[in-house]
Design a protein around this ligand. Sequence first.
Ligand code: MSK
Length: 650
Amino acid sequence: LNAEMPGREDVKKLTPNPASRELLQRMEDKNIETWLDRYEAQQPQCGFGLRGLCCRNCQWGPCRIGPKSPKGICGKDLNLMVMGNIVRALAAGLAAHGRHAHEVYMTIIAAAEGKLDFPLLGEERVWELAEKFSIQIEDKDLAQTAKEVAQFLLEDLGRMTADPMYMLEAYAPPERKQLWQELGVLPRSGSYEMMETLHMTTLGGCSDWTALAAQELRMALAYCYSTLYGSSMATEILFGIPQPKITEVNYGILKEDHVNILMHGHSPVMAEKVLEKIYSAEIQQQAKDYGAKGIVVGGMCCTGDELLCRHGVPSVTNIMGQELAIGTGAVDAVVVDMQCVIPGLKTAADCFGTEVITTCDSNRIPGAHHIPFDPERPDTLEQDAERIVQLALAAFKNRDRSHIHIPQHRSRAMGGWSCEAVVDAFGGLEKLAQHLKDGTIKGIATVVGCNNPKVPYEHNHVTIVKKLIENGILVTTTGCCSHALLNAGLCAPEAAEQASAGLKDLCRQLGIPPVLAVGGCVDNARSLRLFIDLAQQAGKHVKDMPFMFIGPEPGNEKTVGQGVTFLAHGVSNLVGFPAPIPVPLPTAKEGAQSNDEMDRGSNDVADFFAGDGLYEKVGARVYTEPYPKLAAQTVRMHIKRKRLGLGWRG
Ligand code: MSK
């Protein structure tokens, strides 16, 4: 596996964004450490770890599985170890999205009680959820109803009894609910299933890997309905349902003569308040008094996606671009909330005098300014947001201008694709379903997820998506993948020219791109809802539709939950390198002695996910393909098979 990984020169050559190539070289020339240096220092990476064949869940270990040691000290075999590691990764991913969800739900409650000055802009979502949850709304105003909705969402996050989850009951397709009931995988709540997963995988816990596989499905459903759907819709309640808007993206949006502030992380609550301050006349004037021509706000990772969706705030980059953005020497402050903020960010920031401001107690960075937001201690939010902006203004005043280098690359982009906005753009669900049926759109793929240093940065995202639209497959995207596609110009209406004839004409006529950036990680709920609604409109089950979930460069533990969520709904996955679910390999050589020979060992877990085991249960499987052009071909074949199954031409 190590042999498959790219070297420094591969990365610099294959990374599609010219601005990233320029900045990687600049950091190297200046001898400033980035992920690329640390990745090199880690080579070769442990072959046991790469395959999920080591366990350090207890103090008896670490144990690893090899030809001479087919079991851990406790007796755990290969299947149990591989499956246990995957299910634990999903629990960690659920914890991350769960913490995000908790912040947003508590913010609604604080806003509804008048303790926070947020106007609840997503009124239609409040009434929709109130109706779905059968909340009595007579004699209640918007704030009171929003508070009750948030309390229902909190219950889905924390329930300890076997009562049904409200969100799952409200939005899951009836066919799936029945199936999950039969499979015994209906979850209690996000918190309960996290607890149960750690319990099942502790020393002397569950010895049956198939029970852990069932827990994987159960937890993915908790992940989906207590955090993805919940956070995405709760954020819409607070800040509104996004609508399409044109903006510019990439590192070139930074300006030497402006104050440059980057917003990074996942939960957009503090970022929204900071933005409000920045847009105020007083702060704009103050920036001018400091000698700046204005203030540029740029987005990174999923907080960037949220701000792009709602305000057209230009996005800059993703998780592996965060040090490169600092390397422009033009960033005065980075405001970070939670998740995907790597420790290396501060090292780079210290080299360029960039202020790093942390706003979440969960994500501390030594040496950074810490100005936390806590919806249960809301009194200081206004002053805190003001302090953050003042720190950025002061940093501009003190900036060392001799180190500025902003690569002049910008791309046009259209963001703001809520589920409703996608449906409206196509003239309604009926028309969109008809385009699918007649083959104008061959299928829909949601291409998402992180970056990973094990693949040339952003190369797989961009290569796969170009091939998909060339073949008439409409793409939705979120998270770090969306930044790669935004910067590559694939989310601009002009990208229609790169699509197949049918998709090109349709996008041109509608004035939309063939790649729709639907938001941050939690907004994968938007793509899933689109899949569910389209299947219902077509009178089919999701599992039979020409849909696919693609994670070309999986990185964070959260991506496991994304993939399994779609699997549980009947949408097959195409996973790039490194697949968290290991690839099925040919049968073990008799008398294998070396680890390499052991690599060829059979793996029931991989067979379950990639073969017929999971498929027979949920109607979906995992394909693994590290090479992007082959991956796109696999997706095309999958979509073709689904169309044939439906009797749809094309
Ligand atoms: S930010 S979870 S690296 S997509 Fe949501 Fe990117 Fe993955 Fe973080």
